[in-house]
Design a protein around this ligand. Sequence first.
Ligand SMILES: Cc1cc2nc3c(=O)[nH]c(=O)nc-3n(C[C@H](O)[C@H](O)[C@H](O)COP(=O)(O)O)c2cc1C
Length: 161
Amino acid sequence: MPGERIKVSHVMPCAVNLLTVASKNERDAMTATAMFVSEDPPLFVVSIRKSIVAHRLIEETGQFALNVASTQQAKLAKRLGREKAADKFNEFGIAIEKAPAVNAPLIKGSFAGIECKVITSFPVGNFTVYVAEAIGFSVNESLSPVVWNLDRYYAIGEELR
Ligand SMILES: Cc1cc2nc3c(=O)[nH]c(=O)nc-3n(C[C@H](O)[C@H](O)[C@H](O)COP(=O)(O)O)c2cc1C
């Protein structure tokens, strides 16, 4: 065992998304990883801590957006991964636009925006796992996504052949 220096939850490289969710009167953004689990229909899973605002808003709306963080958003991903604020969009200067298929906003400057509708969910410990269908998406191929590993953020490196 590598001892206490490394947490097992930090070992696998993870996708870094800025998850957004909005009800009629409230909105939130947080950093969350996600995993692609079905092609037809296109499904993703996210697992969200029960005690946080985003969890309550996903429960209320059954919708969210996964804004796949671009390298330009690494600092924002770090902030949304630990800092709380009454309105993160205003306080962190997050520029948004309306999503075509869900009520959750899309964050400008993201590598991709995946609009998700929850189809089922179940509790696991102090988290809830949501399985969600991608009902819309857009990609900005001029940007690059971020990867998280051993609690650090990386740009994708050289292609291996
Ligand atoms: C790279 C990264 C990935 C994360 N993934 C998740 C996740 O999948 N689910 C989750 O509940 N929290 C995740 N977090 C932690 C939340 O982003 C963090 O608890 C955040 O502060 C929640 O916002 P809030 O405290 O304002 O509600 C992640 C943090 C980082 C840095």
